[in-house]
Design a binder for this molecule. Structure first.
Ligand code: ATP
Ligand code: MG
Length: 434
């Protein structure tokens, strides 16, 4: 490509070629301004009609908004321009013309509903505040990877086409695999455990999980990004330390490296890095506190899963991130280990944001015979999982880990109303394309 200067790098005194989209044209009569936008920002192009070539003026001012243009000219200081500089064009080329009828207005003057935005993501991402969400998403994933490396973890990638589910049969997406039934993976759970039991010991994975969720909700996707950890010789508290470290690293990175994006989202005042240790409360204490809030129509009893209203009531009561530990064994999956002294209590934990669950984790059952019993208790056929259980016969260390919902982390960190805003092309019950 031809030499091209980003708008933010255009300095007074330079001769530059800038390229980007026509954001706006303001025609004031004798003088007109075209605002050109690229990934770094916007720049003003000035047309003094009497002093310029008629063809140049006409091409520049007749072009439809959102067309792609390339402009060469001198940069001068202009305190009244949005960025303090403007370009006087010597030449202007229309690289790709836009249809004047746009399905969505990238200048943001006309609001679009989420569905229209998702149908036209290319146009939607031309908005500064939408681009900011995905710049922040990229920064969070970068920081999370770096933090895992500091925690001595190795990044792994495990299969997404699998023979069996792990998190309950109803949420599985079946597919046909060379004439045989297979599934899209709900979680890398079993694979990451198999690698934690190798010499690699501490692993993480950032990858897709697929869940045929029964309902469309603002916090469920059918394809989500899971941030997973598994570590040998770890117990539940070690895994909680890692989860807390990862979440805090994400907040700290955004705080340090995303001030422009936070500003674009109008969050520069509001955004706060969580301070102090995350509270760790037991499931028993959690239901007592929820019942004491009086927010629920019916009191919770031991063994209940926490409904959404209960999570919200407790979240308001606590007022920050917190862990719920020692869940009843019967409502946690088969691979979670029970506590030492009480087999009705599990080592399972959840990390909660005041608005919703972010993480589930726990210490894993590493004793072969107990694992097989767990399968049977949950009505699963251990033979189907032989590829997994047999490795527990060859020296499986105690281990623990968690899965953190990537989009839930982004959504809660930025206060987004709908999880779909944290994904470029979300998958839900109605949405399979784009
Ligand atoms: P929930 O009860 O909120 O539906 P879950 O307990 O079924 O979640 P887990 O199996 O514990 O989910 O998965 C671990 C994490 O992955 C969750 O805490 C959540 O952050 C994320 N997650 C799970 N399912 C989804 C989904 N459908 N969409 C987005 N994120 C999800
Ligand atoms: Mg969970």
């Amino acid at each position: 490509m031809q030499d091209r200067t980003y708008t933010e790098d255009a300095e007074p005194g330079d001769e530059v070629t800038v390229a980007g989209w026509v954001h706006e044209i303001r025609d004031l009569g004798g003088i007109a301004f075209l605002i050109l936008r690229d990934t770094t920002g916007k720049i003003q192009i000035k047309f003094e009609k009497d002093e310029m070539d008629d063809d140049l003026v006409e091409t520049g001012l007749d072009v439809a908004r959102e067309s792609v243009i390339r402009v060469t000219g001198d940069v001068e200081e202009e305190p009244r321009a949005p960025t303090g500089v403007e370009v006087t064009p010597e030449s202007l080329e229309v690289v790709s013309e836009a249809d004047p009828e746009l399905p969505l207005d990238p200048s943001g003057k006309v609001d679009a509903d989420l569905s229209t935005r998702l149908d036209n993501r290319t146009l939607d991402l031309r908005k500064e505040e939408v681009q900011a969400v995905f710049e922040i998403r990229a920064e969070i994933l970068r920081a999370v990877r770096e933090q895992f490396r500091e925690f001595r973890c190795t990044e792994i990638n495990t299969p997404k086409i699998v023979a069996t589910g792990t998190e309950g049969g109803t949420e599985l997406f079946p597919i046909t695999y060379f004439g045989e039934e297979a599934f899209m993976n709900q979680s890398p759970q079993l694979f990451k455990q198999l690698i934690a039991g190798s010499n690699v010991e501490r692993v993480f994975e950032i990858g897709p999980i697929f869940r045929a969720e029964e309902h469309n909700t603002p916090r469920h996707l059918n394809e989500a990004t899971s941030i997973d950890f598994e570590g040998a010789f770890c117990d539940a508290h070690d895994a909680m330390d890692v989860a807390e470290g990862i979440v805090k690293a994400a907040y700290e990175a955004v705080n340090e490296n995303c001030s422009e994006e936070l500003e674009a989202l109008d969050l520069e005042e509001e955004f706060e890095v969580p301070e102090g240790d995350f509270l760790r409360i037991s499931y028993e204490e959690a239901i007592e506190r929820i019942n004491a809030t009086g927010e629920l129509d019916e009191q919770l009893v031991w063994g209940d899963d926490l409904p959404t209203e209960a999570e919200k009531a407790l979240g308001q009561d606590v007022g920050g991130h917190y862990f719920i530990t020692e869940w009843p064994s019967e409502i946690k999956p088969f691979y979670i280990k029970d506590t030492e002294d009480d087999e009705t209590l599990s080592t399972g934990f959840d990390l909660m944001h005041p608005r919703m669950e972010l993480v589930s984790g726990g210490q894993r059952e590493h004793r072969h015979e107990h694992l097989i019993e767990g399968f049977e208790q949950q009505g699963l056929d251990p033979d189907q999982f032989e590829y997994y259980t047999k490795m527990f016969k060859y020296g499986m260390p105690p281990h623990a880990g968690f899965g953190l919902g990537g989009e839930r982390l982004i959504m809660t960190l930025l206060g987004l109303d709908n999880i779909r805003e944290a994904v470029l092309f979300p998958r839900d019950r109605q949405r399979l394309s784009p």
